[in-house]
Structures are given as structure tokens and as C-alpha cells.
Design a protein around this ligand. Sequence first.
Ligand code: PHE
Length: 354
Amino acid sequence: MAINKIERVLRDQVTQLTQKLSKITQAEEIYPLRSLYTGKESELQKALGLLKDLPKEERPTAGSLINATKRELEQAISEKLTKLLSEELAAQDAVRDIDVTAPFHVNMPDVPKLPRVGSLHPLQHEINRMLTIFTTMGFTPFEGREVDSDYYVFDSLNMPKEHPARQNWDTFRTEDNLIPTPHTSNMQVRVMRKMKTAPLRAVIYGRVSRNEAIDAVHGHTFYQIEGLYIDKGVSISNMIATINAFVEAFFGRKVTGKVQPGYFPFVEPGIEYMGQCPFCEGAGCGSCKHTGWLELVGAGMIHPSVLREGGFDPAVYSGFAWGLGLDRMVMQRNGIQDIRSLFSSDIRFLSSAV
Ligand code: PHE
């Protein structure tokens, strides 16, 4: 084949390819064209094979012609391919829902998903742990109510209308005068009326709300857990021993406790149970605000009028109740500085605590 014939064939190849490429809309249609025009069976390769049959002096010209054509064909293919691929990616991005807050692989359908193991919220984890402690001590669990009446929140707990102690619980009110419960004690009389018989052992847990300004250590929503025990002849020393057993089970180590007077209208006497800080063993640290003691539990012997309200004759029965805030416990156990972390949806926090 003469050199000008080769030249014509090659030119024709370029024209053909350019035409075909201009009609293509999908990247994958390009790959067969690439082998057709540059692969082993292509006219280009055949032309290379013909070189040796050309007169010696024509070979360099023919050689550089073939090489130039090859570059031209390859360039046309790669330009078109790049254009189509980037259009396809842009189209996929337009319809794909991208969650910019998610770990990167979630937004990339082609990347294998890493296994992601869910975990309980640190508060739920703590509630479960507490309930296990209580139930192994024989207490029946009751979940509290998030909204309740004036009667259960205050009157039934020995705080009639106008009682000044009502102010100790900074309540919110709904428009129809219900109260987002400020403590789990609103369940005491309900539980007494439901269980009816002594010995009564119940544990109440739930979400409570107070009208608080929010900062690192105060939330308007937090969790409490509360134990209730009623029987004949229950004494203060029973109460202190029970609370102590509970606190030690909670921290998983021996805790030295002390008791100081506390005021809650629904108990008489009322106490605050302090535990020697288990983190520094009383030496003083960040968890105990350098006092060596943690204020752990509010408690007391159930007031006779509350027992009566719940259907237990205070001349025959006595009992005690103790309540504590879970959030602070969770914070102390996990070294969490800011209560607001517990309500954030920051996945790094949620999967690292506990
Ligand atoms: N309900 C009290 C509070 O919210 C705690 C408490 C419970 C005190 C039971 C005495 C008995 O502070």
C-alpha cells in the first residue's frame, strides 16, 4: 500500500471516530470504539504492520503520520470520556441525598459500608444498670409520668395549695394547668394505691422537668430514679443501710456515707445522703468540687400523711423513699463536664460515653 493510501485510510479513521463520538451519550459506549479504532484489529495497527513493506525513504514520514493519528484518536476518545463521566457524576450527585453530617462512606454508594454497631444512650444505659440493681434488691419498676396533676405532684405529697415548699420545685405549667413533673415522687401515692400490700418495694424512674436556666450543670430536663419501701416497723437505720447498699452497688466499690438533715415535705425526717467521693477517696477532686463528698441522694421516712393518702395506716406501717438525679451520676462516672452533651446528637459523644 502506498503512503498516500495509508494517509487516506488514517484520515478516514479520524473522521469516522469523530462522527461516532459526537453521537455517543453514555461513557460505556466509548470502550468498544476505543478497541475498534486503536486496538489490535484496528486500521491503525494494520497500518503499522504495513510500514515494513514501504520503501525505506517513505518509512519515517509514514511512521510519524501513524503516530500522530494514534495520538489524535486517543485524545478524541479521552476527551469525550472525561466529559461524559463528569456529566454522569454530576447527574448522580443531583439525585443523591447527601447527608453532610454522616461519616463519609454513607454518601458513597460504591464504597462498602463499614459495619456500624449502635449503642444505647449513656442515660438509658445508666437507667438499665440502676434498674438491675433495684430489681435484684426486690424492687418492682414503674416508669414515671412526664406530665401530671397538681394533686400528684404536690397535694398528695403533703404540699397543699399555697404551701411555700412548692417553690422548691420550679415547675413549668401547661395551658390546662398540668405540670411537667419536676420529680419522680409524684408517683409515690399512685404506686402505693396500685401495690396496696406491704412489704412494698418499688422503683420509679423517669424524665423530669424544671424551670431552670440552662448551663453546664443545670438542664431543664433530666432523669431521676427513686426507691420506695414500706413495711411494718421500718426504721431510719434500715433506710441508711439500704441506701448505702444501693450506692455501693452503683459505684461498684465500698462507699463511706454520711447523713445530714434535708427538707422535703413528703418525708419526716428528711435527709441528704452524702457519699465520700469514690473518685478521690475523699481527698478532693473535680467530681466532688474538692469537698471530698458527693451529694448523692435525697431521702427520708415517708410522712404519715403521704402513707395515709396512699392507703397505708401510719400507725401500723412505716417506710422510706430516696431519690437521685441520674444525669449527674452519669456525668460523674464518665467524667462528662457539660450536662448538655447528654442531650446533643453528637455521634462522637454518643458512641464514646459509658
Ligand atoms: N423528690 C426529691 C427531689 O426531687 C428527692 C426525694 C425523693 C427526697 C424521695 C425524699 C424522698 O429532690
